[in-house]
Ligand binder design. Structure first.
Ligand code: PEP
Length: 257
């Protein structure tokens, strides 16, 4: 993996009140050793309403896990009812924010232009965007998955410099694998993650491509983690359902360490 530290990020989606979040983070942290947390970067992505509680836990106990949000506004402030800005997330000391998750793309009409604007907003506020790309089932069956994902990468990173891109994490999340229990094979994950890295090298240079972490996401469980992460271009996992179970998520983190 050429020195890239594995990253395991748990996307809780719309689960967990702030009180439940406290319990889950405490359980998670107590089941991981310092060495394991050193070997792999572990990040939780709770709903906005739980971020303050997670911040208090993490700062108070010097726990070595990171946290972040699942979305942010493309705007820095203003009349955008219901939105949350990058500045607000930075004020809560978030390290990460997911951008362009397929559920945001499909349920909230976020296109690549919106995703690019949100990626830039995250970087403006010192947050690491986890930029998601991934094909649907029809595209996969027609064999267009690599072209689809590299085109999404191009459009989602529009306007960024090579230096900006070194501060981005990418996530390959095939839509047909998200929440379906159908995990991609290690070969499928490597094929697309490798193609994304090649595309980064073409557009931003090999040095930039070599440092960007590329995650796989889609029905990852403890049992499938080691196989998926064996791919030389797969630097970690974005985990949905399995991140809500502290024991299972800890096992995933351990397999990556
Ligand atoms: C996700 O939502 O990013 C995800 C990968 O979900 P799941 O692990 O539940 O498929």
């Amino acid at each position: 993996r050429e020195g890239r530290r594995p990253l395991i990020a748990g996307n809780w989606k719309m689960h967990m009140t702030h009180l439940e979040a406290i319990g889950l983070v405490q359980k998670l942290v107590f089941s991981l050793t310092e060495e394991e947390l050193d070997a792999a970067e572990v990040v939780v992505l709770p709903p906005f309403t739980a971020l303050r509680s997670v911040q208090t836990l993490v700062n108070g106990d010097q726990l070595a896990i990171g946290y972040g949000a699942q979305d942010l506004s493309a705007h820095d402030s203003g009349a955008y009812t219901g939105e949350v800005s990058g500045a607000m997330l930075a004020a809560l000391a978030c390290g990460f924010v997911v951008v362009g998750h397929s559920e945001r793309r499909s349920l909230h009409g976020e296109d690549d232009a919106v995703v690019a604007a949100k990626t830039q907003a995250a970087l403006r506020h010192g947050l690491t965007p986890i930029v998601c790309v991934g094909e649907g089932l029809e595209v996969r069956q027609a064999g267009g998955h690599v072209a689809h994902c590299t085109a999404q990468l191009d459009a989602s990173l529009a306007g960024l410099s090579a230096e900006d891109v070194t501060r981005v994490v990418l996530a390959y999340e095939p839509v047909w694998a998200i929440g379906t229990g159908e995990v991609a094979t290690p070969e499928d994950a490597q094929e697309v993650c490798g193609a994304l890295r090649s595309r980064l090298a073409e557009r931003f240079g090999p040095d930039t491509a070599a440092v960007v972490r590329i995650l796989y996401g889609g029905s990852v469980k403890a049992a499938s983690t080691a196989g998926i992460l064996a791919g030389p271009d797969v630097d970690g996992a974005l985990v949905g359902g399995a991140s809500l179970d502290a024991d299972e998520f800890a096992k995933i983190c351990r397999s990556a360490a």
